[in-house]
Design a protein around this ligand. Structure first.
Ligand SMILES: [Zn+2]
Length: 238
């Protein structure tokens, strides 16, 4: 990746991920760093693409026009340059950062990886409860508390556990935190195995009927990064 991309100008950038609508074409790839399963691509102009591969995701490098080895439906991000095309398939975490926001996220200190074979649910519960002041929807995305949950499944996990994503962690019982962790584990390992997001309960369904109670799904931005959160106001009253 570093050899293929560093120093090259991005000619086209494709993203099949909600929220990645940034202007990348025309920027120069400054460097590519791999830290564990994290990959960081530094573009000129203080823009960093951060991805986490978990178990299912991978980056491939192709020549322009070369046939991809995985279907296009699994593409999350593609970075085109004149010489190479780098494609990320099924990477569950993809985010843009500035150097400052990346430092804030400290993504190198990862919490338990929700899709890992040796996932420790008890440790994940303890990590989440160590930040009682955070709203649930923010805590679930903090990769230093629980690694591998992206913005889509943050909402899905809260719905599955029937927890309102705007509650603070300190208001949750231990059983509720454990339920969130259990559903995170179940949904992420299922989505990894199935190779697709499957049918979503709340994410992207603002105004549509809840599949359980029929109420209209709501959405609003949450946290200092303003990530959109979806929830059912009736099923997730508690
Ligand atoms: Zn409902």
């Amino acid at each position: 990746m570093q050899l293929a991309l560093a120093g090259r100008v991005v000619t086209r950038f494709e993203a099949a991920v909600v929220g990645l609508d940034r202007e990348v074409a025309g920027r120069v790839v400054e460097r590519v760093e791999a830290v564990g399963k994290w990959l960081r691509i530094w573009f000129s102009g203080d823009l960093i693409l951060v991805t986490h591969m978990l178990m299912s995701g991978s980056w491939h490098v192709y020549r322009p026009g070369e046939k991809w080895q995985r279907p296009r439906s699994q593409m999350r991000v593609a970075i085109h340059t004149d010489e190479f095309v780098a494609v990320a398939f099924q990477v569950p975490v993809t985010e843009f950062h500035s150097a400052a926001s990346l430092a804030r996220h400290r993504s190198e200190q990862l919490g338990p990886d929700v899709a890992a074979a040796d996932f420790d649910a008890g440790a994940a519960v303890a990590q989440l409860r160590s930040r009682p002041e955070l709203e649930v929807g923010v805590a679930l995305l903090a990769q230093n508390l629980l690694a591998g949950l992206g913005n889509v499944f943050k909402s899905e996990v809260c719905f599955a556990a029937r927890v309102n994503p705007f509650r603070r962690v300190e208001t949750l019982s231990i059983a509720e935190v454990a339920s969130l962790v259990e559903h995170a584990r179940r949904l992420m390992t299922r989505s990894v195995t199935a190779g697709s997001r499957g049918r979503l309960s709340v994410y992207g369904r603002r105004g549509e009927a809840c599949r359980v109670c029929g109420s209209a799904i709501e959405s609003r931005k949450q946290g200092e990064d303003a990530r959109v959160t979806f929830w059912c106001p009736v099923c997730q009253m508690g």
